[in-house]
Design a protein around this ligand. Structure first.
Ligand SMILES: C[S@@+](CC[C@H](N)C(=O)[O-])C[C@H]1O[C@@H](n2cnc3c(N)ncnc32)[C@H](O)[C@@H]1O
Length: 223
């Protein structure tokens, strides 16, 4: 089965089980092709995103694989004007801008492509939520944070998943950078950067078991 065969029937509404999912799980009685459910992330997302659920949320996810998480987000934020934008390096061409769910838009974009990120952000932002579930490498994750955090609305969240890869000493040639920075360093660097920004209303939530990080942007500084 080719990648396109695997993906396209799913987007036309054929049950996920028929398409040979890489990972899937059931949330609220429906199966989604995403690892967020089996990883136990939904209890964090349900708790932290509860105030947003009935609103016309704008969510950007970096790294969407077969799009199952975007489908989940579009059900999670059920307001008719909520929008989910997904980007991925390896999106099959057919899926780009042609999602069957009109509240979900997918774009092919590399996390390293600063211009591409800015183009997507200025087209669809500002966002209430940005989730980086892409490559989980230091450089790519930092690049996205640098370019996208300013597109998160005050009161919104910038989320980085799976930063615990920074604790794997034998994998830092993959996830870290040459100067010894790791995904854990990145999370702590972001925390250190917050006092330099207006800190009123800032919140950092680190789930150190599931390695989820939530950076809630503060209200605009009024001096
Ligand atoms: C863990 S999967 C995403 C899973 C999805 N968010 C979910 O919850 O089901 C990681 C995705 O990141 C994408 N990715 C890897 N490197 C990337 C890059 N440089 N730019 C954009 N996407 C990338 C991969 O193609 C893959 O689909």
């Amino acid at each position: 089965m080719t990648k396109r065969d695997t993906v396209w029937p799913y987007w036309r509404g054929i049950a996920i089980g028929e398409t040979g999912p890489l990972f899937s799980g059931k949330w609220n009685g429906k199966v989604y092709k995403t690892d967020k459910i089996e990883n136990g992330f939904m209890s964090d997302y349900e708790r932290i995103f509860a105030p947003f659920r009935e609103h016309a949320v704008r969510l950007l996810e970096i790294g969407v694989a077969y799009g199952g998480s975007c489908e989940l987000w579009s059900d999670f934020f059920s307001h008719p004007d909520a929008r989910v934008i997904g980007l991925d390096l390896a999106l099959p061409d057919l899926m780009e801008d042609q999602h069957a769910n009109s509240r979900v838009t997918l774009h092919k974009c590399d996390q390293n492509d600063s211009e591409g990120l800015r183009a997507i952000a200025s087209r669809y932002g500002p966002f209430d939520i940005v989730i980086d579930d892409g490559r989980h490498r230091y450089a790519e994750t930092l690049n996205c944070y640098r370019h996208l955090v300013d597109y998160v609305r005050a009161g919104g969240y910038y989320v980085i998943e799976d930063w615990g890869v920074g604790y794997w000493p034998d994998r830092q040639h993959i996830f870290g950078d040459r100067s010894g920075k790791t995904m854990v360093t990145l999370i702590t660097d972001i925390m250190h950067s917050i006092p330099k920004a207006p800190i009123s209303g800032y919140e950092v939530i680190l789930d150190t078991n599931k390695c989820l990080s939530f950076f809630k942007k503060g209200a605009p500084w009024r001096g």
